[in-house]
Design a protein around this ligand. Structure first.
Ligand SMILES: [Zn+2]
Ligand SMILES: [Zn+2]
Length: 193
């Protein structure tokens, strides 16, 4: 056995010294058990002493409130960019997923055919420039069934378009042609024709 290797006291395997955690106080500078055995032991210990470990952490946090808070503030400050990117991604991912779930629920209720994934829906939104297909607004976009489910439309991505909340609501169960007609008549009324 060379200087660079060591036999694990637990599993008995001869491994490189780098496979052992450091321990300054010991003669050869590392712990007697290898990292694998050490991690297995730690995991087992944590599982068996979950409550105890939790209580110790809570106690530590309570006794070191200021220190813990300062460390968290420092961490957030040093990782602001990364954390805000992560938060934004989380929000966005869940916005798209939320749209898919809403449509799936509505499709099931209407006995409509088809499904789509969040990725497919995103592709449809991207295709339409992430703008409402009826008024070009970019605000508060919803996924609209172009041909309404109640009119035989499917829940396939091909029937999905981005629509702003306002258009989505006033379109309701109208087909795109009916909606255009409705919008046109509204415009006529507004102009007093
Ligand atoms: Zn071992
Ligand atoms: Zn709109």
């Amino acid at each position: 056995m060379s200087e660079q290797t060591k036999k694990c006291s637990k599993c008995g395997e001869v491994k490189a010294k780098s496979e052992f955690y450091k321990k300054k106080a010991s003669k050869d500078g590392v712990k007697p058990e290898c990292k694998v055995c050490q991690s297995a032991y730690s995991a087992k210990y944590r599982a068996e002493n979950r409550e105890k470990v939790k209580a110790r952490h809570a106690k530590y946090r309570a006794e070191n409130r200021e220190k813990v808070k300062a460390r968290e503030t420092k961490y957030r400050a040093e990782n602001r960019e990364r954390l805000s990117v992560r938060d934004a991604k989380y929000k966005k991912d869940n916005l798209e997923k939320g749209r898919v779930y809403t449509q799936r629920r509505r499709a099931r209720k209407a006995n409509a055919q088809g499904t789509h994934t969040a990725d497919q829906l995103k592709a449809r939104f991207d295709y339409h420039g992430n703008k409402c297909v009826y008024c070009n607004s970019t605000e508060d976009l919803h996924a609209d069934h172009m041909i309404p489910l109640s009119r035989g439309g499917t829940n396939f991505a091909s029937n999905m378009v981005p629509a702003c909340a306002s258009c989505n609501t006033s379109k309701g169960a109208k087909t795109p042609i009916e909606f255009a007609d409705y919008t046109f008549k509204q415009l006529q009324a507004m102009l007093g024709k």
